[in-house]
Write a protein that binds this ligand. Sequence first.
Ligand SMILES: Cc1cc2nc3c(=O)[nH]c(=O)nc-3n(C[C@H](O)[C@H](O)[C@H](O)COP(=O)(O)OP(=O)(O)OC[C@H]3O[C@@H](n4cnc5c(N)ncnc54)[C@H](O)[C@@H]3O)c2cc1C
Length: 435
Amino acid sequence: MIGKPLKVMIVGAGTGGLCLAQGLKLDNVGVEVFERDYSPTDRLQGYRLSIDAAGGKALRSCLPGGLFENLVDSSAKPSQRVTFLDHRMNRLLAIDFPQSDRKGIDTELPVSRIALRRILLEGLGPVIHFGKKFVAFEDAPDGAVTACFEDGSTATGDVLVGADGAGSHLRTQLLPAARRVETGILAISGKFRLGDEAREAPPREIFRGPTLILGPKGCFLFASAVEYGKRAYQASTRPDKGKVDPSVHTSVLYDRDEYVMWGFSARREKFDLPANLEAVDGEELKESVAALMHDWHPALRSLVDTAECSTINAFPVKTSVPIPPWKTRNVTLLGDALHNMTPFRGIGANTALRDAAALRRALIRVDRGENELIPTLAAYERDMIEYGFRAVRTSLKEMERLHSDGILTRAFTKIFFRTIDLIPPLKVAFHRVGK
Ligand SMILES: Cc1cc2nc3c(=O)[nH]c(=O)nc-3n(C[C@H](O)[C@H](O)[C@H](O)COP(=O)(O)OP(=O)(O)OC[C@H]3O[C@@H](n4cnc5c(N)ncnc54)[C@H](O)[C@@H]3O)c2cc1C
């Protein structure tokens, strides 16, 4: 189909789906997004995502003037370094980030998931349909495709994109053989607000950036502070004011809570917890983590102790199983819907954003009549499968390293980190692996 403007349908108003919608709208490609949630803040948990240089580049290319700057203004204080400690708080490795200015091109931007979604929704207006739970797709006349929703409604277009996250319904129909499996690791996370008192106790490292703690017996703790600083937001003094798209509400800042968040993980059987995690409350989850940390440094134990019970959640860590390319049709996937990965490299959202930018470039060429739809989608899928599953494998390998149980393997991991710590070029290479 060359020469006819495209109508693109996206299932899922998450990180990747919204970035793609913004990019297509920017280039006047017809697009609609269908989201199962009933409002922008349904179900969303307030944890922060770290947008790295690749994710930032994708966002910059897809967002209209002013919106990317709004995201930068809404981000928390950038991380200055990532630190690895042992459970007695001895340093294993620390990697300083080259940029800690929010506006720097390579700066890692910590953004609240709620703020990110609100910003990515700005200016999309009638493009978004909330309360539309996708249930199936079917072929329509003239090479089109129809998406069917739980409320009985349908929508028809030229391309259907599944951006419906890790539990993707669309993937289940498109690729029934694709699997997402449990890794055997259970993660328990929590957070507490940073009032004046709460700022004194935590280890100083977590205020400089993500801190990863290797405990004994395959236990692992991640902690990071989310702070915004005293900087006041002055929309009127922004240097780029003239470039702002008038349909974008650039003066709004979302979700400015300052807090410490942590995640403790280990093999499922290490926790003294019943099989049905749904029935376990925050207090019991906290106790099960505390029991595994009895010989840890008191400052680390107090991170868990201080968490508000209502914020504590447990989730079995899952990963997708890589699959080879399939026969391309007018239904495709992006982000977690295909290459869902463990959170231990912090690259899931960044990879979804990379997909969104790549798919946007591909669809724009088709919309302009420069390329045919199916070969263009096939080329997008080939690349995305390659780098997406590479990220899956990297995240899985990192998970295995951080949870290795044997005394020898653990000792080797610590020696490995301490060696890298002594050789600056190795630090840079280590930080880049898999990105
Ligand atoms: C605790 C934690 C911390 C993380 N930290 C980071 C980090 O620092 N950096 C990073 O890069 N990644 C991080 N990730 C991973 C990141 O959150 C995901 O990889 C990313 O959100 C995937 O984006 P997506 O667009 O593919 O899916 P999502 O953002 O999950 O969006 C999917 C959307 O589809 C909707 N949907 C689902 N089913 C349907 C349906 N049937 N019909 C209609 N709509 C539907 C959902 O409601 C949702 O809005 C983290 C994950 C976790 C759990």
